[in-house]
Design a protein around this ligand. Structure first.
Ligand code: EPU
Length: 438
């Protein structure tokens, strides 16, 4: 059985109102969980979003020989057995791109790690060259055997100097964590600057690491001893992508929506874009209030590494632009497959012309109609939910368990609480389920 959402659209009316609370950030929690391998004792995680991806990351650790205990909702304690294995379960790792971040801590601590090519290719090529280069720079040998990457550094890792040709989030995090247990100094230049990276570094420093510059383009890590979780608790930062998606939903369908438990400072670029589209937004300390605009103006969006406009909000933003009065352009600069949802949105009535795989022209305002949809990836999945809420009539969104459930906790109940007509229905798979990666 697979899970389907059935959504009754508002047909363009503004029926949403109330308060929606943001959960812990998936892309922060996944890396923090992987960092448990850097600890000599138990480490406690709180505000972990209860989603398929974080549960899979815990499963990976358990499969390798970690004890994972859940004490309450979103709170987990992790400790490693002395005979912790160095092979990432191919069954799990192949389904989750983010599994790659475990390779840094495992290699740094045990001198060996093996893993399959992670995940599929639903949003683009997503190569591993920077990982392989990085392992080799730190003194490891990398080879492929029976379809798995084997990485060995018999005497442990040496600190190294990196200049990343692309500002990759997971590459930065992987080598920042590897550097914590490497001999000497590791320097990462042209590092990614996403707030999840500084958040991870902050926690690791509290536990004994020596990382400086996280959140800037140059990160320096002084290698040292195993970390300790004694007296420390990791609290996952708020999910900026979830908050940004609620902002866009509010801009489209709410009279007034309060988005709480968020960090507005992490959303400057989306807030700026929405304001230039004419959306009234009020920013408080940990809350953002979005109100109905008199009309939505067309704008040009270009995705960029942080602090630019996030690729993970590009699909929801395109839904908003279908309701703007005039022509907008969307330029996806990070992943070439991240406009794959455009055809489905067009089937709902949107006017989207693909200029090339990275660029789309959106003509608004168009009336959207309910349709049967299957999302190509997680973020497009929530964009379809937003489009279905705006549309006239009923939409059915398939394969919720392999797309939306990976990244958004209890999303249907939170949406129902602010006025969305949404039901989860279990059905026999009608449409082929695609492999999804983070
Ligand atoms: N890249 C390389 N070589 C590599 C690795 C990456 O050239 O070895 C390139 C990619 O081809 C791409 C760029 O670097 O052009 C960025 O890719 P990156 O590696 O940064 O992506 P990622 O780290 O795998 C993370 C998030 C994504 C988010 C991107 C961009 C996690 C687990 N994933 O991916 O989130 O879109 O950064 O911000 O943190 C999602 O949550 O749905 C998601 C896809």
């Amino acid at each position: 059985m697979s899970n389907t959402f059935v959504i009754n659209g508002f047909g363009g009316q503004r029926k949403l109102h109330g308060v929606v609370k943001v959960t812990g950030a998936k892309n922060a929690a996944l890396k923090a969980i992987a960092a448990a391998v850097l600890f000599r004792d138990t480490v406690t995680f709180t505000n972990i979003p209860e989603i398929n991806d974080t549960l899979r990351m815990f499963d990976l650790l358990k499969d390798m020989g970690a004890e994972v205990s859940k004490t309450k909702h979103g709170t987990y304690a992790v400790s490693l057995h002395p005979d912790f294995a160095t092979e990432l379960s191919p069954g799990i790792a192949r389904r989750m791109r983010a599994s790659i971040v475990l390779t840094g801590p495992v290699l740094a601590r045990y001198g060996k790690v093996s893993f399959p090519h992670p995940g599929g290719c639903v949003i683009g090529a997503r190569p591993l060259d920077l990982f392989v280069d990085g392992f080799e720079k730190m003194g490891a040998r990398v080879y492929i055997k029976d379809g798995s990457y084997i990485v060995e550094a018999k005497g442990g890792l040496n600190g190294a100097k990196f200049f990343l040709k692309n500002q990759s989030v997971t590459v930065t995090e992987t080598f920042m964590m590897a550097g914590v247990l490497a001999r000497g100094i590791t320097t990462i230049k042209n590092a990614a600057m996403e707030p999840e990276i500084a958040h991870l570094a902050g926690f690791l420093n509290e536990c004994g690491a020596n990382i400086s510059g996280a959140g800037t383009p140059t990160i320096t890590i002084k290698g040292g001893k195993l970390l300790t979780g004694k007296g420390r608790v990791y609290k996952t930062m708020p999910d900026r992508i979830e908050a940004g998606s609620f902002l866009i939903l509010g801009a489209l369908a709410a009279r007034e929506l309060h988005i709480t438990n968020c960090e507005p400072a992490h959303l400057e670029s989306p807030i700026e874009a929405l304001r230039s589209a004419g959306i009234p937004i009020e920013v408080k300390k940990t809350e953002i209030i979005v109100r109905a605009p008199s009309k939505i103006m067309p704008i040009d969006i270009k995705t960029h590494e942080y602090p630019g406009f996030p690729t993970d909000l590009q699909a929801p933003m395109t839904v908003l632009l279908t309701q703007a009065d005039g022509e907008s352009t969307v330029f996806e600069t990070i992943f070439e497959g991240r406009l794959n949802y455009a055809e489905s949105l067009s089937s709902m009535g949107a006017s989207i012309t693909m200029m090339d795989p990275h660029r789309a022209l959106v003509r608004g305002k168009t009336e959207l109609r309910g349709r049967k949809l299957e999302s190509p990836d997680l973020r497009a999945g929530l964009a379809f939910v937003i489009a279905a809420i705006v549309a006239k009539g009923e939409s059915v969104i398939h394969n919720v368990d392999t797309t939306i459930d990976r990244g958004y906790e209890d999303i249907e109940n939170r949406l129902r609480a602010i006025g969305v007509g949404i039901e989860r229905v279990k059905v026999l798979p009608e449409v082929s389920s695609m492999e999804q990666t983070t």
